[in-house]
Design a protein. Structure first.
Length: 142
C-alpha cells in the first residue's frame, strides 16, 4: 500500500468547512460523526474537527520569495496541469488568496508554482506544482 498522509485540523464551523473542501476545492467527504468529518484531500486523509478556539489561533508568518506567508499551513503538490486547473477553479469562485497564484523561486532549484488561500475556518491551504525530483531540492552544493 502506498503511504497516505493524515492530518487533523481544527475548524470553527463544520458547515463552512464542508462547503470549502467539498464545493470550492472539489474534495470528497468520507466518514462523518458528531463534531468531525473526513476529507479525501487529493488522496490523503484530512479530518476536520470542530474546535473553534484552536481554529483561530495565529501562528505567525514566514518570508517566502519576497512575500510573507502564514507559518501554519498545509497543502498538496500537483502536476502543473492540475495546478492550473485548480487555479482556474479558484479564480471562478472568486476566492481571496493569501498568496496569489505565481511562480516562486524562478531559476532556482526550488522553483515552483504556488498559491495559498484560507479555508474560512482558521486554516491556510497551499497548492504547489513542481517536479517530484525537485521537491526537496536545495541551493547547497552536494
Amino acid at each position: 500500500m502506498e503511504p497516505l498522509f493524515h492530518l487533523s485540523i481544527p475548524v470553527d464551523d463544520l458547515g463552512r468547512a464542508k462547503k470549502f473542501y467539498l464545493e470550492t476545492l472539489g474534495c470528497k467527504m468520507g466518514r462523518e460523526t458528531n463534531g468531525r468529518f473526513d476529507i479525501n484531500f487529493f488522496g490523503h486523509h484530512i479530518v476536520a474537527h470542530l474546535s473553534p478556539r484552536e481554529a483561530q489561533k495565529e501562528n505567525g508568518t514566514i518570508p517566502s520569495d519576497g512575500d510573507i506567508a502564514p507559518l501554519r499551513h498545509f497543502g498538496v503538490i500537483l502536476t502543473i496541469d492540475d495546478w492550473k486547473d485548480m487555479e482556474q477553479r479558484l479564480a471562478d469562485t472568486d476566492v481571496d488568496f493569501v498568496l496569489s497564484p505565481r511562480l516562486s523561486f524562478a531559476g532556482k532549484p526550488a522553483e515552483q508554482h504556488i498559491m495559498m488561500l484560507r479555508d474560512g475556518c482558521g486554516n491556510v491551504v497551499e497548492f504547489k506544482s513542481q517536479p517530484r525530483d525537485r521537491v526537496f531540492a536545495t541551493d547547497r552544493p552536494s
